[in-house]
Design a protein around this ligand. Structure first.
Ligand code: GRF
Length: 197
């Protein structure tokens, strides 16, 4: 039986699209059984609909009677029968009860060489800006397990990317993102193969 992967995304969804492609070309031997989208209109949701993948759109969690993020994630993961929960540009912190329920079953991709430039506030272009400000000559991307602390779970894979002298944050972001697209599917495949049940 193929394992079910559920992906969560908040943005353009290029990593999600790379995973859809990897399933289609056989690099990733699994089924993407659902997408959890932070909003209806994000790019990732469009990719899901084009590929016939069901989308669970998160409701706002602000306001006294609003549903909690953790409850919504657990509902979606159960609905899509998740074996593995894959974050692909999902900007919210995963609540502890979800980490607990899916211990060692949640993966994230981060656009730096963790533990450097990770943690709260390090997302999107800010990561690359910080790398350039620090005068680094190398950056890269990291795939890691998700635990209760931001970007601190066990590292599964990393790819180093050169920082070039003329780089603007957007140049570095694009170079790192290209490597993310190549690294995520094979790492997920390898991780799935390492799971015993
Ligand atoms: C990627 O850089 C990823 O590392 C980070 O968020 C970004 C998502 O990009 N977690 P996309 O939505 O997959 O294009």
């Amino acid at each position: 039986m193929k394992k079910n992967i559920v992906v969560a995304a908040s943005g353009s969804g290029s990593n999600f699209k790379a995973l859809i492609d990897a399933v289609q070309n056989g690099t990733l031997d699994a089924k993407i059984s659902g997408l959890i989208a932070s909003r209806e209109d994000i790019g990732a949701a469009t990719f899901a609909r084009q590929a016939g993948i069901p989308v669970y759109v998160l409701k706002s969690t602000t306001g006294e009677t609003a549903p909690l993020l953790g409850d919504q994630l657990l509902e979606a993961l159960e609905k899509f029968k998740a074996d593995l929960f894959v974050l692909a540009g999902f900007l919210r912190k995963i609540p502890d009860e979800v980490v607990e329920a899916y211990r060692d079953r949640i993966l994230n991709i981060h656009p730096s060489l963790l533990p450097r430039y990770g943690g709260k506030g390090f997302f999107g272009i800010r990561v690359h800006q910080a790398v350039l400000n620090a005068g680094e000559t190398k950056s890269g991307c990291t795939i890691h397990l998700v635990n209760e602390a931001y970007d601190e779970g066990r590292v599964l894979a990393q790819k180093v990317v050169e920082v070039l002298p003329a780089d603007e944050p957007a140049d570095l972001a694009a170079r790192v993102l290209r490597e993310e697209h190549k690294l995520y599917a094979p790492t997920i495949q390898q991780y799935l193969e390492s799971l015993t049940d």
